[in-house]
Design a protein around this ligand. Structure first.
Ligand code: DX5
Ligand code: ZN
Length: 228
């Protein structure tokens, strides 16, 4: 089990902030992690891309494993890869606390979620902007996190598609009605200009790459994004 990294409290804490290291300098990951620690962010978001499910390529489980000893923060691994079922155990054993995969990338999402849980991590499910949120309905009782992509996945620095926030409102309503316990994350184009509407839609986890790594004062950025 990997669930020793400051996990537990967050279910009660609104507006967690998760910087995505996609926008960091990959040749100096240590400095990126220091920046995240000193800004008092909540999680570290790791974008895994395979050049197939999305056009871009980033990194695999080795980076997760290499990072693991350097932080107590939960590692939130976002798989933007085809056939995520091939890599579940690799990423969990590398140290992922949350492992999120795309509904569009896997026919047997229920089985993938079971495997993530069995391996010892929390399971997240994500959809791209063109996928209707109702397709998540059968999986809502089983997952720990829903990640709503608010840009087309593959790159940082894109503009948020506001219609995606309707999905967040729907998921917040479903959680309330059925007493589901998943966290709702929004990923893509979350910055000072958009964060207010992202938060007010009912988002729990704010994922942000370029805004965090470009900020002159990262700690202030985190406070502003949390709405404090
Ligand atoms: C995009 C990734 C995001 C990305 C967000 O496909 O999933 O996590 O890092 O970057 P910004 O915040 O720059 O839109
Ligand atoms: Zn992401």
């Amino acid at each position: 089990m990997n669930l020793v990294h400051n996990i537990g409290m967050e279910q009660n804490k609104k507006h967690l902030y998760a910087p995505s290291i996609l926008s960091a300098d990959f040749s100096n990951i240590e400095s990126a992690v220091n920046r995240i620690h000193s800004a008092d962010a909540d999680w570290i978001h790791l974008d895994v891309m395979d050049g197939h499910f999305v056009p871009n390529i980033t990194f695999g489980p080795k980076l997760v494993a290499d990072l693991r000893p350097h932080t107590q923060l939960p590692l939130d691994v976002h798989l933007m890869i085809s056939e995520p079922e091939k890599y579940v155990e690799d990423f969990v054993h590398a140290g992922a606390d949350y492992l999120t995969f795309h509904l569009e990338a896997s026919v047997h999402a229920h089985r993938v979620v079971q495997r993530i849980h069995k391996a010892g991590a929390r399971a997240g499910l994500s959809i791209v902007p063109s996928t209707p949120v109702s397709q998540l309905d059968p999986m809502l009782p089983y997952i720990d996190l829903v990640l709503i992509m608010s840009v087309n996945p593959g790159f940082g620095g894109q503009a948020l598609i506001p219609e995606c926030l309707d999905k967040v409102r729907y998921l917040a309503q479903q959680a309330e009605t059925h007493d589901y316990s998943y966290l709702i994350a929004v990923d893509g184009g979350v910055n000072r200009s958009t964060v207010e509407m992202v938060r007010s839609a009912g988002t729990d986890v704010l994922i942000s790459g370029s805004a965090f790594f470009k900020a002159e004062n990262p700690a202030e950025e985190v406070r502003i994004m949390r709405g404090k």
